[in-house]
Design a protein around this ligand. Structure first.
Ligand code: GLA
Length: 407
C-alpha cells in the first residue's frame, strides 16, 4: 500500500508549527480505515463478518516532549488538545476526536503502564462517514503506545493484535460512550494486505480470504450523507437484539443470536411477540448465514453468487433492520440497476455513509457517470466513488520509506 506522502508532509509541518521544532525524532504510524464486504450489524451478536483494511487511513506522528503532557493537533479538526498521560482524563460531552485518544491512553494506564509525554500530530484521508475513522484512530494510538513504550499486551503478534482490538473497543464503549461492536477495531488491527477477513466476532478468530474477483472489482460509493442520530439508533438496535436473545436463549440453548441454526429460525420467530424484534432477529440470523455462504462463493470463484448475497444483505438491512435510509437506498438501487454490476449493499453502520459495489472492471467509468448523475438528480448533491484497495492493518512506518515530496 503506498503512503500518502504529501499528507505525511503536512502532518510533519503541523507537528512543528503547533509545538515548535525539536531535537527529538518523530515516529510515524499509519492506521487504515476498513470496509465491510458483508456481515452487517451482527458483530455485536457474536456473528461472522467479512471486513478488510483499505488504502485510506490515519497518519500519526509522535515524539517525546519535556512538558510532561500529551499535546495533540489534527489536520482534520480545529485547535489543539492537551492532557496529562498519567492522570484520569475527562471526556467532552458530546465526545470529540481527542476523547478517542484519551480513552486508549486510559486503557494502558489501567494496565499499570506509565505513559510518555508526547507531541502528536494526526492527519487522515478517510473520506466521508462509515469507513471507521474512529477505530482507525484508536487502533493507531494503541500501536503507537506499544511501539513507544515497549509494552505489549501479548508477545505473540496475532494475540497482541486481538488484544489491541478488544482494548480499543473497550475505550470506545466505556470512555467515549459509543456502544460499537468489535468488527472495526478487529479489521484495522488484524488486517492483511490483499486479504479480506472471515472474522468470528465472538472470539476474534480470523480466516484470511483472498478476494480474487477475475474481471470484477469492488468500489465504494459514498452517499455523502452525514449520519444523523446514528449513535442513538445504533444503541437501540443493540437493545432490540438483546431483547430477542433474552427470550430465545433458554429455549434454544444459545449464548448469542448467531448461534441459532437457520433451520430453527421460523420456530424462533414464532416465539417473539413483537414484530420489530422478529424482523431484527431475521436479519441477524440470515445475515450470519450469508457471510458463511459468501466465504463459500468466493472460494469457489462464484462471483455472481457473491453479488447476489450482497443484494440480499442490503434488502435485509433495508426492510428488516431498517438502517439504510433514502440516500443509501437510492444509491444502492441505482448501482444494482447498472450494466456490469453483480451486487451492491450499504456497508458500515448505515443511516448514511457508504455502500459497496461489485462490478465489472470495464464498466467502472460508465457506472460512475450514470450513478453519479442519477444520484445528483434524485438527492440534490453528489455521491463519491473510490476503488477498494485492500491493504495491511495498522503499523509503524519507517520515515526513510516516505518519499520527499514538494508540497
Ligand atoms: C459500526 C460499528 C461496528 C458494526 C457496524 C455494523 O461500524 O462500529 O461494530 O456494528 O457498525 O456492522
Amino acid at each position: 500500500m503506498s503512503t500518502n506522502n504529501s499528507l505525511v508532509r503536512q502532518v510533519e509541518l503541523a507537528l512543528n508549527e503547533s509545538f515548535g521544532s525539536s531535537s527529538a525524532t518523530p515516529r510515524y504510524f499509519f492506521s487504515p480505515a476498513r470496509v465491510n464486504l458483508i456481515g452487517e450489524h451482527i458483530d455485536y451478536c457474536g456473528g461472522l463478518v467479512m471486513p478488510a483494511a483499505i488504502q485510506f487511513g490515519t497518519y500519526i506522528l509522535a515524539r517525546p516532549n519535556a512538558v510532561g503532557r500529551v499535546r495533540m493537533v489534527s489536520l482534520n479538526q480545529p485547535g489543539t488538545i492537551e492532557f496529562d498521560p498519567n492522570a484520569d482524563a475527562q471526556r467532552q460531552n458530546p465526545p470529540i476526536w481527542g476523547d478517542y485518544v484519551k480513552g486508549v491512553f486510559a486503557e494502558y494506564r489501567a494496565r499499570g503502564e506509565r505513559l510518555p509525554a508526547l507531541d502528536i500530530a494526526i492527519g487522515g484521508d478517510i473520506p466521508g462517514n462509515g469507513l471507521s475513522s474512529s477505530a482507525s484512530l484508536e487502533v493507531g494510538i494503541a500501536v503507537m503506545i506499544e511501539a513507544l513504550t515497549g509494552y505489549q499486551t501479548s508477545p505473540e503478534r496475532f494475540a497482541n493484535r486481538q488484544a489491541i482490538s478488544w482494548l480499543s473497543q473497550h475505550a470506545e464503549n466505556h470512555f467515549v460512550g459509543v456502544n460499537c461492536g468489535i468488527m472495526d477495531q478487529g479489521a484495522i488491527a488484524l488486517g492483511m494486505d490483499q486479504r479480506a477477513m472471515l472474522m468470528n466476532c465472538s472470539d476474534l478468530s480470523v480466516d484470511y480470504v483472498p478476494v480474487e474477483l477475475g474481471d470484477y472489482c469492488l468500489m465504494i460509493a459514498n452517499s455523502c450523507k452525514a449520519r444523523m442520530l446514528a449513535d442513538s439508533a445504533y444503541n437501540q438496535r443493540r437493545a432490540e437484539v438483546e431483547q430477542a436473545l433474552e427470550l430465545l436463549a433458554p429455549v434454544f440453548h444459545i449464548d448469542n443470536l448467531c448461534q441459532l441454526p437457520l433451520a430453527s429460525l421460523q420456530a424462533a420467530l414464532d416465539l417473539l411477540p413483537d414484530p420489530i424484534i422478529r424482523r431484527r432477529t431475521r436479519h441477524v440470523v440470515s445475515e450470519h448465514h450469508r457471510v458463511i455462504d459468501s466465504g463459500d462463493k468466493l472460494a469457489a470463484a462464484d462471483i455472481a453468487g457473491f453479488g447476489q448475497l450482497l443484494n440480499q444483505s442490503h434488502a435485509s438491512l433495508q426492510q428488516d433492520y431498517e438502517v439504510t435510509g433514502n440516500e443509501l437506498d437510492t444509491l444502492v438501487g441505482l448501482a444494482q440497476a447498472q450494466p456490469g454490476v453483480l451486487g451492491a449493499r450499504m456497508t458500515g453502520a448505515g443511516f448514511g455513509g457508504c455502500s459497496l459495489v461489485l462490478l465489472r472492471q470495464d464498466a467502472v467509468t460508465e457506472f460512475i457517470e450514470r450513478v453519479g448523475a442519477g444520484y445528483r438528480a434524485a438527492i440534490g448533491y453528489d455521491a463519491e466513488f473510490y476503488p477498494v484497495q485492500i491493504g495491511p492493518g495498522a503499523e509503524e512506518i519507517l520515515s526513510n520509506t516516505i518519499l520527499p515530496e514538494a508540497l
